[in-house]
Ligand binder design. Structure first.
Ligand code: IPM
Ligand code: MG
Length: 350
């Protein structure tokens, strides 16, 4: 089990340190190799996804990533922005299936801004297509046309791209509550009319899964109105980006949510859903749980180590039950801890 570890920028190195301690404690015999991605990589090499990291990532069985980006690199040209490194590694490794579970731990019901009864017991999975759509579509750019600046991007999907993410979502729904909601904007965008058609064509192959369709604006509304109506949501790259941030907040903190991005053979990149949080970087207060839970997803999806994955998840549940909270999920009556202490608590629970 070769793992490429990319701590990244901002709080990345701090949260990754705790995730690696958890991995070490499991003593599974993983081989870790560290590399640079994002702003740190730009500073060191001029490239947010340098050749040395490409080699490591290609040779690894899985990639564990912290977070990239920060205001320091905001003024750089687009090709050098840290986010380019992240988009580059996703695309190059063919990681088209992004799984973003949003689970509300009962202990955190009050951390959500929604009423506890609306979110209690919430357990949804967003399956986001990750290597197509307007994120990668050509042509794109900003040009001067007819004497004024003109910005343009291209949204497109082929039916095979839609079919393969659809299959991942139907399979995931099969292992859960067998309900799949496909989200599109077919009333306006042709690309997403094709999305809906292909999802509908796939449905007969999965007669045990109930497929429904929803327009993205309505889905955004339903997610805060009655989120428990959803089991699995499948959608394109851009809608998935937006809806997954929204879904994360149902659970109280984006600091709790892991993610997996998989290729066709379950090679995967695992990262927290949150960003690099430059405002709290280096202060030792960031929540490492999303990264630790990303380790659990890695053990499950890339290495088939279900039991080890469950041990990590159980340890996280235990520390929450014991009352340990980082600042993002802290409430009166619980014990406020920093990144390292949270890592210590997880190790003790393991
Ligand atoms: C995410 C992030 C990225 C995305 C950014 C950092 C490029 O928001 O993983 O959701 O838009 O995919
Ligand atoms: Mg996002």
């Amino acid at each position: 089990m070769k793992i490429c570890v990319l701590p990244g920028d901002g709080i990345g190195p701090e949260i990754m340190a705790e995730a690696v301690r958890v991995l070490d404690a499991l003593a599974l015999g993983c081989e870790l190799e560290r590399g640079l991605l994002g702003g740190g990589a730009v500073d060191a090499t001029g490239d947010p996804y340098p050749e040395a990291t490409r080699k490591l990532a290609r040779a690894a069985d899985a990639v564990l990533l912290g977070a990239v980006g920060g205001p320091k690199w905001d003024a750089l040209p687009r090709e050098q922005r840290p986010e380019r490194g992240l988009l580059g590694i996703r695309k190059e490794l063919g990681l088209f299936a992004n799984l973003r579970p949003a689970i509300l731990y009962p202990e955190l019901a009050n951390a959500s801004t929604l009423k506890p009864e609306v979110v209690a017991g919430l357990d949804i999975l967003i399956v986001r297509e990750l290597t197509g759509d307007i994120y990668f579509g050509q042509p794109r750019g900003i040009e001067v046309r007819d004497g004024e600046r003109y910005g343009f991007n291209t949204m497109h999907y082929t039916e095979s791209e839609i079919r393969r993410i659809g299959r991942v979502a139907f399979e995931a729904a099969r292992r859960r509550n067998r309900r799949l909601c496909s989200v599109d904007k077919m009333n306006v965008l042709e690309t997403t009319q094709l999305w809906r058609d292909v999802m509908t064509e796939l449905a007969p192959e999965y007669p045990d899964v109930e497929l429904s369709h929803m327009l993205v604006d309505n889905a955004a509304m339903q997610l805060v109105r009655a989120p428990k109506q959803f089991d699995v949501i499948v959608t394109g790259n851009m809608f998935g980006d937006i809806l997954s941030d929204e879904a994360s907040m149902l659970t109280g903190s984006i600091g709790m949510l892991p993610s997996a991005s998989l290729d066709e053979r379950n090679k995967g990149l695992y990262e927290p859903c949150h960003g690099s949080a430059p405002d709290i970087a280096g202060k030792g207060v960031a929540n490492p749980l999303a990264t630790i839970l990303s380790v659990a997803m890695m053990l499950r999806y890339s290495f088939g180590l279900e039991e080890a994955a469950q041990r990590v998840e159980a340890a996280v549940k235990r520390v929450l039950a014991q009352g340990y909270r980082t600042g993002d999920i802290h409430e009166p009556g619980t014990r406020r801890v920093g990144t390292r202490e949270m890592g210590d608590a997880v190790l003790a629970a393991l």
